[in-house]
Structures are given as C-alpha cells and as structure tokens.
Design a protein around this ligand. Sequence first.
Ligand code: ADP
Ligand code: MG
Length: 238
Amino acid sequence: MGQLHLNKVTKSFGDIKVIKGVTLDIQDGEFVVFVGPSGCGKSTLLRIIAGLDDATTGDIVIDGAKVNDLAPVNRGIAMVFQSYALYPHMTVFENIAFPLRVEKMPEAELTAKVEAVAKVLQLDQRLQQKPGALSGGQRQRVAIGRAIVREPKIFLFDEPLSNLDAALRADMRIELTKMHHDLAATMIYVTHDQIEAMTMADRIVVLNGGFVSQVGKPLELYHKPQNKFVAGFIGNPK
Ligand code: ADP
Ligand code: MG
C-alpha cells in the first residue's frame, strides 16, 4: 500500500507562510507530478511528506496512519534528490547496499536484493565499478537504486533529472516510467519541466505560491486549464 492523504497542510518559516493549505489525496500506485515555478513550495512539500521537516498545521496520513505517529524508518518513504551524493570510494554494489548494511541485513539476503534492484535499473553489469567510471545517467540510477532497495511504498523525487543533459533526460523519463510500472509503487515527482510532467504523470498537481492551482490528468490540464496561471504553465495557449 502507498496511499497518501494531505489535509490542509501549511508550513511557515518564521513569519513567512510558504505552504498555504494543501489538501490532496494520492492513490496507491499513482504517479503524481508536482509542477510550479521556482520558490512555489514544491521541495518544502516533499520534505514534509518525507518527514524531513514538520508541517506547521495540518495532517499527513499514510495508509491510515498519521506520519507524526510513525518513526521515519517506518514510513516506507524514500526520497531521491537532484544532487545525488554517491560514495566515490565504494563500488556500485556497496552504494546500493548501504541502507541495508545500516539495517544489518544478512549478507545473502542483501546480495539478492541489490542484484534484483541492479537488474531493474540495468546496472547488473556495473556492480563492481566505482561511480567515477559511470555516466551521469548511470550514477543517477545508482542513487535511485539506493532509494528503492529498501522497498519503499512511496517514492519522492525532487527534480531528479535536472542535472542531466536532454538526451539522458529523455532516456531516464522512459526508465522511470517503466520502473513505476514494474514496482507498482506510489511516486510523487517534482519537476519544473512541462515535458516530464505531461509524459510521466497519471495526475499533475500545479502549485503556485504555496497553493494548489489545479489538479488533473495531463490532457485535462492542457485542454481545460482552470486559470491563466495553469494555461501559461502547461495549458494549450490559445
Ligand atoms: P521550490 O522547490 O518550489 O522551488 P521551495 O519549497 O524550495 O520551493 O521553497 C519555497 C519557499 O520557501 C521559498 O520562498 C524558499 O525561499 C522558502 N524556504 C524554503 N526552505 C526554507 C527554510 N529552511 N527557511 C526559510 N525559508 C525557506
Ligand atoms: Mg525545489
């Protein structure tokens, strides 16, 4: 399961309210993309969902349990950031295995998990190499591997492809969509790239200034933007 409910979530930093009341239901297995201009609160909202930061008011419920009642390791959430820090001195295998070593998983089980993840991400031929020998796209896949090896039920991606060149981004869009399909996990994906949003999302959430401006399927937003902001951002500009 990986059902997520946000109820009137707000977040203030000092006197400045950056998330102004977000209510949203995300179904198990959905691929939801958050789009919006820089500074609209996308990363803040993800961090709150991940439990890296607390909401000022409002509730977040995962599969019926309030996140505040769950220890971060029990939330079943993994987050992949834009800047994916791999350990340069460790092999691909050890980079992916790292979260399992922290859990002290027995060696045989750990090896089986890492190999399964490497296969999904087409890294099975790279396991003994160091990150320095890999392309940008392969390194990003190692970072994703490290996130998925603990088998989270919800994945949060914060602009994971924005450091890659256009050709690699196109490949990774296809790979991530395939991975979503294979893992049947819930994914929330933040981007400011309209193409990523339109091609990957089951539903798009358009954020503007700390509010949800519109939620809908890509083509609904494209053809029926509810306001000028959405029209300008992804709508059909006629
Ligand atoms: P986005 O990811 O959409 O670009 P962010 O969520 O990073 O936006 O930021 C939303 C707003 O909150 C911005 O105005 C940013 O400056 C502010 N903000 C984010 N984190 C902090 C923080 N830790 N302290 C103060 N202000 C912050
Ligand atoms: Mg951000």
